[in-house]
Design a protein around this ligand. Structure first.
Ligand code: M6R
Length: 613
């Protein structure tokens, strides 16, 4: 979603700001803007569309201080007036503000500001911040005191940066429930603020994660941080763990394709710490994990989108192996439900980004309801999610740039399987021999994924059957039903083909009515206990003229014919089968979308990280 970048350096910073905006493009946006100082005055440039459009407008402008933004529309249409930065000019000076998040009381503030004579040019909630900061700057001795007052008057979620031409060497920032980090480089005398640390890779490598309500003041190339009580504080500096290679497409035509192919390595990295040993230890999930895992009586998993599907798979694993009841809930539903949570419940939040607003709100709700044990599975160590959890597991997939989640999903699954095994072990439900066998299978997993990627050409051969379709049905049973759901989500979000997933046993209860020669059906058909049941369901589809595309294992009994295509993945992989069966579905979605000429990394209307409700 929206991205913020701001910086001061001794030389021209405009070029760096544009480059950082390009690194933020993957988050999804529809317009972009930049403000900088020219001859001690604030100049602002904005454009609808790609950052490259803004780059043309900015040309070779020179400034050593600037703030820049990519906007993903929430309040107000996609147009130049609604693009950030927002400017407030009167009484001989200007204030310019960029904002991520939502100001909930913006309507009340707007009424007050209009009464004071401020004129609004946009439909956004964010513009109130520019006028409010201007009004407060007029009354205050410094911009930092003005921002402190603004912070007290606004309600909602925000990461904001601001400049004022009364304070020409200064950039201010503050944040609440939205990400903002400080980047520091003492050697080259430069300081930056960004909503996404990855955007700073290649510029500097020291990062400070701001706490809620911190105000940060960049002055010249120095910085100071003030906490909620307005006391000057030191915050820990951490090293930025990203290299430029991980945020470039390399030899691939899109990030999504690269990320699909990175899965063997991403899964290997994620499992590394666990597979060095011959037995699992709860301590790897955090200091209190052993005690918590021993006592836990119920698990609730909270997530959105693909991460939710990972949770659904985990339910099968944890209930079967560790015998602990698990419920899996969509975060945006859970957060507004009056749920009953028993003591000794472990709440697990799964999120690639760790910044998904609904997931964070649901976990905070659980904490406010008195739940002590909050477990986060996340791909970003420095995320908000990781900071609100007291137990955690970091998936080490590396930055995932494509909006469609791929390597984040398979690494989440690998982590959740390790968690299921560790819970089972702590509850004495698996033998030492079973544990060893599972660890051996996990060690083999990266290679197993790599061999499925070799099926890419066979998958590509299916593209012609889907390219021009309006609807596709995905079928699965048992633990592969969530994999069918994930396959349908992948296809719809990047190819814009309507795709639905059904538990195959539900066919007779309604969806069978949809079957005809125009409805391709993708079936996930591993050689597990349910394969015969699934085969019967597929025979019912064939009998009604349906065209079947089956992702099977060796030994699947249906034969290929004009209406039945089969790709076989090899021997059945037991518990780990979902991690393998999702890969052909990712590849199919990618190649169908690509064949339709879509921008697979940035599908229409979607953002990588959904940081607002
Ligand atoms: O960062 P998160 O895992 O919390 O994101 C959750 C969803 O927004 C995300 O998985 C989304 O569904 C993906 N675009 C799916 O490919």
């Amino acid at each position: 979603m929206c991205g913020i970048i701001a910086g001061i350096k001794k030389e021209n910073v405009v070029h760096d700001l544009i480059n950082c905006l390009k690194k933020l493009e993957y988050r999804g946006y529809d317009s972009a803007g930049i403000a900088c100082f020219e001859n001690h005055r604030i100049e602002r440039y904005r454009s609808v569309g790609k950052v490259s459009e803004l780059e043309k407008i900015v040309g070779s402008k020179y400034s050593n201080i600037g703030i820049a933004h990519t906007r993903w529309a929430t309040h107000g249409m996609v147009n130049e007036s609604n693009a950030h930065p927002h400017l407030s000019t009167r009484d001989g000076f200007s204030v310019c503000v960029i904002h991520n998040g939502i100001i909930e009381n913006y309507k009340e503030l707007k009424v007050l500001l209009i009464k004071q004579g401020y004129r609004f040019e946009s439909q956004t909630d964010s513009e109130v911040l520019a006028h409010l900061l201007h009004a407060e700057r007029k009354k205050s001795s410094s911009i930092i005191h003005a921002l402190q007052t603004v912070r007290e008057k606004i309600v909602g979620a925000y990461a904001l940066v601001a400049i004022c031409d009364k304070d020409p060497n200064t950039i201010l920032g503050t944040k609440k429930a939205s990400s903002l980090v400080l980047g520091v480089d003492e050697e080259n005398k430069q300081v930056f603020l960004s909503s996404d640390p990855n955007s700073l890779s290649g510029i500097l490598n020291q990062i400070v994660f701001l706490e809620e309500s911190d105000i940060v003041c960049l002055e010249g190339t120095e910085f100071s941080i003030y906490n909620n009580a307005f006391n000057k504080v030191d915050r820990k500096i951490t090293m930025l763990d990203v290299n430029n290679d991980s945020v470039s497409r390399g030899k691939y035509q899109s990030f999504m394709q690269k990320e699909i192919h990175e899965q063997p390595n991403a899964v290997a990295m994620t499992l590394e710490n666990f597979l060095d040993e011959n037995s699992l230890t709860a301590g790897l999930f955090g200091d209190i994990a052993k005690r918590v895992f021993g006592q836990v009586e119920q698990i609730i998993i909270i997530a959105c989108g693909t991460s939710y599907h990972a949770g659904l798979v985990a339910k099968y694993w944890i209930e079967e192996l560790a015998k602990i009841p698990v419920s899996v809930e969509i975060a945006s539903e859970f957060r507004y439900r009056k749920s009953v949570i028993k003591n000794k419940t472990l709440m697990i939040g799964i999120s690639q980004s760790g910044e998904t607003a609904d997931t964070l709100a649901a976990l905070n709700l659980a904490r406010n309801l008195g739940l002590e044990w909050i477990f986060g599975i996340c791909n970003v160590q420095e995320s908000t999610l990781m900071r609100i959890c007291n137990l955690s597991f970091i998936t080490r997939a590396g930055p995932e740039i494509g909006v469609a989640s791929t390597k984040a999903f398979t690494t989440q699954l690998a982590s959740l399987f390790i968690l299921a095994l560790t819970l089972a072990k702590t509850k004495s439900h698996i033998s030492v021999q079973d544990e060893r066998n599972f660890l051996t299978q996990l060690r083999h997993l990266p290679n197993a994924i790599a061999s499925i990627l070799h099926e890419e050409q066979n998958i590509k051969n299916w593209v012609k059957y889907f390219q021009n379709k309006q609807n596709v049905l995905f079928l699965g049973r048992g633990i592969h039903y969530p994999i069918a759901m994930e396959g349908a989500l992948k296809l719809k979000e990047i190819s814009y083909i309507h795709a639905e997933a059904y538990a195959a046993g539900e066919l007779k209860h309604g969806p069978l009515a949809l079957i005809d020669e125009n409805m391709p059906i993708i079936a996930i058909a591993p050689n597990d206990d349910l394969v015969h049941k699934l085969k019967n369901n597929l025979e019912e589809v064939k009998a009604r003229g349906g065209k079947l595309f089956i992702i099977a294992d060796h030994g699947f009994e249906l034969q290929e014919d004009t209406c039945t295509k089969i790709i076989s993945l090899g021997d059945h992989a037991g518990f780990l089968s979902p991690i393998l069966h999702v890969i052909p579905l990712q590849l199919l979605a990618f190649h169908v979308a690509d064949s339709k000429g879509h921008d697979v990394d940035k599908p229409r209307n979607l953002a990588k990280s959904v940081t607002v409700e």
